[in-house]
Design a protein around this ligand. Structure first.
Ligand code: ZN
Length: 229
């Protein structure tokens, strides 16, 4: 047997017995995860490890390029996962997590790589705005730096897409959800977080507040009218 496949046995024999109380509680009480993370499917990005999350802590949706299609596009797994996380589970934080050396972002910037991958090519249309920003807003940036810039801009684009989802828009209006944009640097194990005020990615530091893309606070365009007594 493939060595990796065999590890499921060691989970059952060695890991689960030490956490059986937790699993038992989760089985009877159900889940109430603290956050939704939308990350790339890359095997080197492990959301639970990065966040030191245990069973029940984190609702996770992974796909090539950590993409959130805008609401108006065809229904799919990401849209349904976002809606369920907000409406049914009531998560208060949604994190879009990109990363260094991302194959999806390399393909976005070098579409000739996608000759035999029509589905990936179509999927990456949801990141086209990031490519456009890099090509027209980052003069003189070359190769590896272009891919890194695209990865960071793609996080921005997907956060904008998140806000087109009615469940997310309503939760933001009520001040119940904060949006986060993270970039995981595989070589250094470092997470950069998007600061929505400066629009820059900054290292997460112990001695500084966590940079947030969109903090939770009520946001409506019109005045709130108090209900008539
Ligand atoms: Zn990736």
């Amino acid at each position: 047997m493939n060595e990796l496949m065999g590890r499921v046995l060691s989970f059952a024999k060695q890991v689960f017995p030490n956490q059986s109380d937790l699993y038992s509680r989760l089985a009877s009480d159900g889940q109430s995860p603290k956050a939704l993370m939308i990350s790339c499917a890359d095997s080197r990005v492990v959301p639970e490890q990065i966040m030191q999350a245990g069973p029940g802590d984190l609702f996770v949706c992974r796909n090539a390029g950590n993409i959130v299609p805008p609401y108006a596009t065809q229904n799919g797994g990401v849209s349904s996962t976002v809606e369920y996380a907000v409406e049914a589970l009531g998560v208060h934080d949604i994190i879009v997590c990109g990363h260094s050396d991302c194959g999806a972002m390399k393909a976005l910037m070098n579409p000739e790589m996608l000759e035999n991958m029509p589905n990936v090519a179509a999927w990456l249309r949801h990141s086209q705005a990031a490519k456009s920003v890099v090509e027209r807003g980052y003069p003189g940036v070359e190769n590896g730096e272009r891919v890194r810039a695209a990865s960071l801009e793609n996080i921005n684009v997907q956060i904008a897409h998140l806000r087109t989802h009615p469940s997310v828009a309503a939760a933001i209006a009520r001040g119940e959800v904060a949006l986060h944009g993270w970039f995981f640097d595989i070589a250094y194990g470092q997470v950069l977080a998007l600061d929505g005020v400066s629009n820059q990615f900054m290292p997460i530091r112990e001695d500084a507040p966590l940079p947030v893309a969109l903090p939770a606070s009520p946001r409506v365009a019109a005045e709130r009218l108090e209900a008539a007594e």
